[in-house]
Design a protein around this ligand. Sequence first.
Ligand SMILES: [Zn+2]
Length: 461
Amino acid sequence: MASKHGVMMAFWQHLARRSLASAVVVAGAFGALSAQADGNSDGDTLVADLDSEQAPLESQPAASRSAPDIDLKEVAPPPAAAAEPASPDAGAKPLSDSIQPASAVEAPKITASFSLLGSDIRPGISTRLAWSPNIQIAGLSQPTPVLVVNGINPGPTLCLTSAIHGDELNGIEIVRRTLYDLDATKLSGRVVGVPIVNLPGFEQGSRYLPDRRDLNRHFPGSANGSLADRIAHSLFTQVINHCDMLVDIHTGSQKRTNLPQLRADMNNPDVAAFTLGFDRMAVVHSSGSPGMLRTAAVNAGIRAVTLEVGESHRIQEHQIEAGVNSLISLLEKQEMISRMFVWGAPEPVYYDSLWVRVDHGGILFSKVGLGDKVNKGDLMGHVTDPITNAQYPVRATRSGRLIGMAVDQVVMAGFAAYHLGTKPDSPEFHINGELDHADSAGRGESVEAVESGDDLIDNDG
Ligand SMILES: [Zn+2]
């Protein structure tokens, strides 16, 4: 619980800083927020709707209503407080206010409203919605916030999901910073963010759902299955199916940390092309396991990758910055925003990968750090037996870069301690998706071999 408290403190401190910094910017939007506080806004997009749901939202098109325009930079009331019933549309800025006269000269195509979770979100506004899988006792249902920035100009829909594993916190902050800095009146297309998919897990500081299942092994889910199946199905049908592109954000698990990196099926040409949009990011080829959100999304025709950043239970500023910068580069490459400057080296770097496991139980002490390059045979760390005082060296089994590693800890024999990114045999083939690529031929375990072998070791969701 201490870790959760720490996170919330970090959130509030950060919100306070951000709201101070942007006070001048948000001043103009204060009128709309005041109207909302007065109860004149269309606050009924949130809990009131969820309480009355008897059937999936997609079967109730008539229930759509106009979503309120909300300045996402402003500190928000909690979702429940925004749920007071009120007259529709009063809280939203008229569309005409959002369109600059100059735009008429260029005659931009104005997109149609974007419908999501029973709300119509007009072009040029940002809003907060709520998703609920309806698996709890009526009235105790806890809606999961969904942020939407619907651009004034037409374009693709990018979705960002994080905390599918409730103890993976860096992504929550990456989604917040990315969404809250977008200007709907300048955006082409739209960005949908679900910062905390697994709210029960987040509240417990747990990777898993209340039924101890791993949600990221149950996509696309089913309406009649287990709790995890139903939650997965609800998210997939109500949110994910509306996306053209998806970045699902995770961290390492079980005291392992990851260099910021994408996991992508480079055998899929659409996915391979999608990875080109991420500046400077390490891209690790991984076919993905059945049930992963990115796998299910790719199977549904959505360009999807997993973004791995850092370790669980922590908020890591450098990792978060790298993640946000890479998403901004993606938005620019997809021509959804115009960028003022290019951050860092523009090209992503492609890797195959393998795991180095320890052969003895004991306490692992590393000599190397995340991002280090090692040659085959280099000493990476020791496992020390606390009883016999024996020291067992752990050496690189191949030359490569440390894209993931265990933090110092007690380990048992067979523990996957170092994740080495290695030069792919044929990067062109990966990017063009022309070759049936053998993931780990002749060089040990692939990412998914480790992941599918032990759920707890998995780094990809
Ligand atoms: Zn995860």
